[in-house]
Design a protein around this ligand. Structure first.
Ligand SMILES: CC(=O)N[C@H]1[C@@H](OP(=O)(O)OP(=O)(O)OC[C@H]2O[C@@H](n3ccc(=O)[nH]c3=O)[C@H](O)[C@@H]2O)O[C@H](CO)[C@@H](O)[C@@H]1O
Ligand SMILES: C=C(OP(=O)(O)O)C(=O)O
Length: 424
């Protein structure tokens, strides 16, 4: 099993290119299921979850081809799909497989998708996805760990008014894709406003969907009979969480880094907090430049839905607080168990106390390298940041979690001057 070996204490300097967003790539790969024409996506990040999604689509009969061995453009042809099924073996490694449910139902009138199950950060049920699709007329039974869904006689979903109990990102995305081919109008109330939802809506519009209100909490979709391939390749929006992770790394280690291909306007809440911590963050000529010359100041924050502070950045900013001056309170409101990184950060010398959904971090002057274990994707990123600033050597074990959502993280950090390598 791969590990990362980090010798901390080096400030980061240079330029890093931010990849396309994992959380936009995954629904957009599924959106290709909505048409028999070949869909071309650009800026697709080459990371493990994308490879898993490609496996899932190929298993259904789709053809998926990268343009070159190292490039980021791929062509998906769901014309030959004959098996509208997402089996447990593939779904268990990636919750986002649930995103196949909406498009499969909409285009093929039936779908069999394994229940994703829980994961380290919480139980993560999909009841809202099921409820919304039922409101659109789908007949759904859940048995033997599978969601068995089919459209009523006539074979087409019907537009509906869907108000979810909470804001759900992949739920909103499933409804967008299902409603694009449904009969009549669908209104999504309490919709997620994340940039990845907006990017998916923009791709669907390029494919002929009629969507209004994406980026707000009320989205209206008028179903059409057929979708087609976008006329031009659709470039996936930059990964704001990858960008935020690099911003936090610099805030912790000090240095001066330019992020190419990132969207400052998608990172307002994160940038505000990093400025409060003492970093200078500026958007210049399409780049985001972060400089940090002092020890950070501890900053309190609370995770919430976009545009507030993202839960996917909680662990990384906690790592910055670990070496900051002062103490700060962090509240996690989205997932019930997203403090798995705390015990590992403590092994590096951090002072953190957790009480339910709140963690209080008191910064220490130095962390000391140790062997730590990654428990989930963003927990891994926080351990890498802590390792970059810790004295001596840190080994981050189980980095298959990190590989799910970051493209070439260690190569990008090494190019910025970090002493980091992957070992078996
Ligand atoms: C692939 C992808 O885009 N993943 C992101 C997506 O996950 P995901 O879409 O799975 O997260 P949701 O927005 O759905 O979850 C929000 C909350 O609602 C709960 N819930 C959700 C659906 C449901 O049917 N029932 C239910 O109870 C969840 O358990 C959670 O507590 O948004 C999360 C919140 O920003 C991010 O952390 C993930 O990185
Ligand atoms: C929780 C995350 O992803 P997923 O929903 O794919 O598990 C994440 O990207 O931090």
């Amino acid at each position: 099993m791969d590990k990362l070996l980090i010798r901390g204490g080096k400030p980061l300097h240079g330029t890093v290119t931010i990849s396309g967003a994992k959380n936009a790539a995954l629904p957009e790969l599924c959106a290709a299921l909505l048409t028999a024409e070949p869909v071309v996506l650009d800026n697709v990040p080459r990371l493990q979850d994308v490879h898993t999604m490609i496996k899932l689509l190929r298993n259904m009969g789709a053809s998926v081809e990268w343009d070159s061995d190292t490039g980021h453009r791929l062509t998906l042809n769901a014309g030959p799909v004959s098996n509208p099924e997402a089996p447990y073996e593939l779904v268990k490694t990636m919750r986002a497989s649930i995103l196949a449910l909406g498009p499969l139902l909409a285009r093929f009138g039936e779908a069999t998708v394994s229940l994703p199950g829980g994961c380290a950060i919480g139980s993560r049920p999909v009841d809202q996805h099921i409820k919304g699709l039922q409101l659109m007329g789908a007949e759904i039974v859940v048995e033997h760990g599978y969601i068995l869904a089919k459209c009523p006689a006539g074979g087409r979903l019907k537009g509906a008014r869907i108000t979810t109990d909470m804001i759900t990102v992949t739920g909103t995305e499933n409804f967008l894709m299902a409603a694009a081919l449904a009969e009549g109008e669908t209104v999504l109330e309490n919709a997620a406003q994340e940039p990845e939802v907006v990017d998916l809506a923009e791709l669907l519009i390029k494919m002929g969907a009629q969507i209004e209100g994406h980026g707000t909490s009320r989205i209206v979709i008028r179903g059409v009979d057929q979708l087609h391939a976008p006329r031009e390749p659709h470039a996936i929006v930059p990964d704001r969480i990858e960008a935020g992770t690099f911003l936090c790394a610099v805030a912790a280690t000090g240095g001066d880094v330019a992020l190419v291909g990132s969207r400052a306007d998608h990172l307002d809440a994160v940038i505000d907090k990093l400025r409060e911590a003492g970093a200078s963050v500026n958007a210049i000529n399409g780049q985001l430049r972060v400089t940090m010359g002092t020890r950070p100041i501890a900053v309190g924050f609370r995770t919430s839905e976009y545009p507030a502070f993202p839960t996917d950045m909680q662990a990384q900013l906690m790592a910055v607080n670990c070496v900051a001056q002062g103490s700060a309170k962090i509240s996690e409101t989205i997932f019930e168990n997203r403090f798995m990184h705390v015990n590992e950060l403590v092994r590096l010398g951090a002072r953190i106390e957790v009480d339910g959904k709140t963690a209080v971090v008191t910064g220490v002057e130095r962390l000391s390298g140790a062997t730590v274990m990654a428990t989930d994707l963003r927990a891994s990123a926080s351990l890498v940041i802590a390792g970059l600033v810790a004295e001596g050597q840190t080994v981050v074990d189980r980095i298959y979690h990190l590989d799910r959502g970051y493209e070439q993280m260690e190569a990008k950090l090494r190019a910025l001057g970090a002493d980091i390598e992957r070992v078996k």
